[in-house]
Design a binder for this molecule. Structure first.
Ligand SMILES: [Zn+2]
Length: 227
């Protein structure tokens, strides 16, 4: 077993740190990571997003009502906090008045980095989060990551969430004009590595360690859009 990289939490051969190109999105991203997800990082993308986005951070927990770091950030007047969360009352980049409401503050974007199920748990335990202004997408997106079995197809990964959010906020001047492509680049590399490893498992070149290995019986090709 290769040692785990302590920056991206992937085992040696799957370390993606060389593929990471940091950039400053002009938004402070904070990933609220469910304690359970923090430990298993096989398919999680929050840490990759964090390593790519300058000035972002990860807070670990389930109940964020008394999280000291979160409190400090929320009380910092340089920020306009938003929780990435859908809803009729959510702001979107297309809603009139959003830019004016944020004013000259920096967006503090809180993203719950967890599976759909664990996200529900975080929300249930952290009612304070729903009191924050919400932000949602104006467009609709589908994940390019087909391995994750989420109950809804529109449930996109954390790293894609950051990517599309930056893209939507750039025309408003609420995100910097830095190219957000490095997020997608490292994400695509992660998926390619995973397809390759799964193929090798099916070929018997690699031991079966994945609890969902039974789901993958036939080898797959790496789709063109990943190259
Ligand atoms: Zn690494």
């Amino acid at each position: 077993m290769c040692a785990r990289c302590n920056k991206c939490f992937r085992s040696g051969e799957f370390c993606l740190c060389n593929c990471i190109k940091e950039f400053d999105p002009g938004i402070k991203f904070v990933f609220l990571m469910h304690t359970k997800e923090y430990k298993k990082q096989r398919t999680g993308t929050g840490r990759l997003a964090k390593n790519t986005l300058i000035d972002s951070e990860i807070l670990v927990g389930v109940d964020f009502t008394e999280n000291k770091r979160l409190e400090t950030l929320l009380n910092d007047s340089q920020y306009f906090p938003v929780l990435l969360y859908p809803g009729e009352d959510a702001w979107t980049s297309a809603k009139t008045g959003f830019k004016e409401t944020v004013g000259n503050k920096k967006l503090l974007a809180l993203i719950i980095d967890a599976t759909w199920f664990c996200s529900r748990k975080v929300i249930e335990h952290s009612p304070n989060l729903l009191e924050l202004p919400k932000l949602s997408f104006s467009g609709s997106y589908r994940s390019i990551f087909t391995f994750k079995h989420e109950p809804r197809p529109e449930y996109i990964s954390t790293i894609e969430t950051c990517y599309y959010l930056i893209k939507e906020l750039q025309p408003l001047g609420l995100a910097s004009s830095s190219d957000p492509e490095p997020l997608m680049d490292v994400f695509k590399q992660m998926i390619k590595d995973q397809i390759r490893a799964e193929n090798e498992r099916i070929q018997g070149l690699r031991p079966n360690t994945h609890p969902k290995d039974w789901k993958y019986r036939s080898q797959r090709e790496i789709p063109d859009y990943l190259n």
